[in-house]
Design a binder for this molecule. Structure first.
Ligand SMILES: Cc1cc2nc3c(=O)[nH]c(=O)nc-3n(C[C@H](O)[C@H](O)[C@H](O)COP(=O)(O)OP(=O)(O)OC[C@H]3O[C@@H](n4cnc5c(N)ncnc54)[C@H](O)[C@@H]3O)c2cc1C
Length: 471
């Protein structure tokens, strides 16, 4: 028998977007909730995210008359995910995405910029970005609301283990309070009884070098990551110890917009993501030629850079650079982005073969003007503009570990599935700790949407359990 130190209806592990969305819903449904967070700061990767959310038929698309549908987002996600995606999960996300955005506006009071972006792999412009250009807006709004409702978020509490009763129902957690990341022996062990359920929302493992090397030995400490320090795998491992189904763990995603001259994510990456890829071209400096459809999904773009075998150069002109002036100014000051009056000067700075870049841009511009066929399959008729206006800006790009699409298997009720494809009673999961939604590759701006959709579902479903009964 476990000696419980404390009890509540629902324990939530992780204070990112998925965990806090779940907490709001569970509280709303009348359950008592405690959120445990291992770091001394809440918010995980959500806090440092760009704040971009994809939703078909969102309010701004309607205002701007952009045609879209859940079916089109579904198709885009399956294409990027190489068809490995679990279709029922993709469908839930695509159908509920616009409603999720409305919820953030109406219930949380989150505001969005008056712009829609089209990131690689999306067929239309459907991505909204929070006003501060950061996921912190979600964390602030959720934390504020939870405080008003008396829901506690306890930081420096590490999930050690998921506890079960004799029938295998998850009935609580063992945590270490006063924990000091990353010392897994620090703090005091305490057992918390969850009368209804436990929700796992511990995020991804992009910064867990040991765990990611089990999946892909090439991703060693020499490969940088855009993630927060606490993006490690203990939460996922706790679920695997209960025979949770591991899904797509080795499909680790790298970001093709990562700036080679800046540590972690930084602001250069943001500029490359919002400006260089949507409005510019990616060049192999050894040849002065393009290497990929700049609107392709992340995996295809990273593969093209790896194939080149060295740092590649993203180029955008003055008009395209306006898409993210703020990060441009920051990156120019620190030298992450460099301005050039002419393409010839740019080419010479990166030691490209004489005249080759000028030829590449000339032929690209001709194709764009004619709306012709692009050798890499970029849809040139869909608002792509020629690169003509100086200064031309260049950024050196080399992929970093960004997102882990793999995790525990869940069903459309956010129940964690076991190795026999049956729900593990009273255990739910949401957000990046889950696998299956994105398959081989996630589309930009689809994670935060997923966290809201499945976080809310997990909170509602967990709260619907009668204490003491199996789900
Ligand atoms: C730099 C960057 C930019 C991004 N930008 C975007 C974007 O614009 N749009 C988009 O859709 N996606 C974006 N992503 C991806 C997205 O931010 C994440 O996938 C998403 O925030 C994950 O949310 P989550 O709630 O699942 O996990 P997180 O927000 O990471 O929260 C998980 C929390 O759980 C805690 N935790 C982990 N293990 C334990 C444990 N054992 N015990 C207790 N607590 C634990 C962690 O410390 C963390 O605080 C970005 C990612 C990064 C790194």
């Amino acid at each position: 028998m476990i000696e419980w130190d404390e009890q509540t209806d629902i324990v939530i592990i992780g204070s990112g977007l998925a965990g806090l969305s779940a907490a709001i819903e569970a509280n709303q449904a009348g359950a008592s909730v405690i959120v445990f967070e291992k770091m001394n700061l809440t918010g995980g990767n959500t806090r440092i995210a760009d704040g971009a959310v994809a939703a078909p038929n969102n309010y701004l698309q309607k205002k701007l008359g952009i045609e879209d549908s859940p079916e089109l987002l579904y198709a885009d996600m399956i294409k990027a995910g190489l068809g490995l995606n679990h279709p029922d999960l993709v469908n839930v996300m695509a159908q509920k995405a616009a409603e999720a955005i409305d919820w953030t506006r109406e219930t949380l009071g989150v505001g969005y910029m008056d712009r829609l972006d089209r990131f690689g792999g999306h067929s239309v412009a459907r991505c909204l970005t929070t006003r501060s250009h950061s996921g912190v807006d979600f964390i602030k709004a959720l934390s504020h609301l939870l405080k008003q409702k008396g829901v506690e978020i306890r930081t420096r509490c590490l999930l050690n283990r998921l506890q079960t009763d004799n029938q295998g129902n998850v009935n609580g957690v063992q945590i270490r309070s006063d924990y000091r990341f990353p010392d897994n022996q620090s703090g005091t062990v305490r057992n918390i009884h969850a009368k209804r359920a436990v929700i796992l929302a511990t995020g991804g493992f992009g910064n867990d070098i040991q765990f990611r090397m089990i999946q892909n030995p090439a991703l060693d400490e020499a490969v940088d990551s855009t993630n927060h320090r606490g993006a490690t795998a203990e939460g996922l491992i706790a679920a695997l110890e209960l025979r949770a189904a591991p899904v797509h763990l080795s499909w680790i995603q790298l970001g093709p917009w990562s700036c080679a001259d800046e540590k972690g994510y930084g602001r250069g990456a943001s500029f490359a993501s919002y400006s260089v890829y949507p409005a510019g071209i990616l060049i192999d400096p050894a040849t002065g030629q393009r290497i990929v459809n700049e609107w392709a999904d992340r995996r295809r773009r990273c593969d093209a850079i790896f194939k080149a075998g060295h740092i590649c150069v993203g180029i955008v002109d003055a008009d395209g650079a306006k898409l993210d002036s703020e990060n441009l100014q920051y990156s120019l000051k620190r030298g992450y982005v460099k301005p050039f009056a002419t393409l010839t000067e740019l080419a010479s700075a990166f030691e490209m073969p004489d005249g080759q870049l000028e030829m590449t841009v000339k032929s690209y511009n001709q194709s764009v003007r004619k709306g012709g066929q692009d050798p890499f399959g970029k849809p040139l008729t869909q608002g792509v503009k020629p690169l003509v206006k100086p200064p031309f800006y260049a950024i050196r790009l080399w992929p970093k570990v960004h997102y882990t699409p793999g995790g525990v298997g869940i069903n459309s009720k956010a129940q964690v599935m076991d190795l026999n494809n049956r729900p593990i009673p009273h255990l739910f999961a949401a957000g990046e700790v889950c696998g299956g939604i994105h398959g081989a590759s996630r589309l930009g701006s689809s994670s935060l949407t997923e966290c809201i959709v499945f976080g809310r579902i997990a909170g509602q479903q967990a709260a619907a359990i009668n204490p003491g009964h199996s789900n």
